[in-house]
Design a protein around this ligand. Sequence first.
Ligand code: HEC
Length: 122
Amino acid sequence: MFKLSIFLAVAGFALLAASVLVQPAATPQPMPTVMAANANTGRALFLSKGCASCHHHAAISGSGPLGGFDIPDLSAPRSDAVFLRRWLTNPTAVRPGTAMPTLNLREDEITALIVFLSQGQP
Ligand code: HEC
């Protein structure tokens, strides 16, 4: 009985240690809910949110520009993070009548897009 309880204690500790050690790599990151604000996330959002269907970006092959509008090329690195946050939150509030739609992006998505746009060409 004593041996069994020691065995269980050791096994339990080993399982606990394993779960702590293994967890970070094994936990799948739920896609847009918890995302690190990094350029790769921003790049993925540039595609998934439809930016690439309108805008050309040299880092993304096949990206815009969509014809018929005067759409800026976004390849050059940008440092105007404050402006970009306002713009991506609500383009119409910045420039009434603009052809760029409001895309209902979350704060963390906007942050990731800004990181991506601030890097310019890879
Ligand atoms: C339906 C087409 C369309 C989509 C989708 C779109 N844009 Fe735009 N975007 C435009 C147009 C048109 C302009 C120029 C607007 C203007 O100057 O009034 C623009 C302007 C911009 C600018 C430049 C603002 C400035 O004046 O410096 C940035 C940055 C930008 N878009 C980023 C994005 C990002 C990031 C996404 C995706 C989240 C996106 N756009 C999605 C059409 C689009």
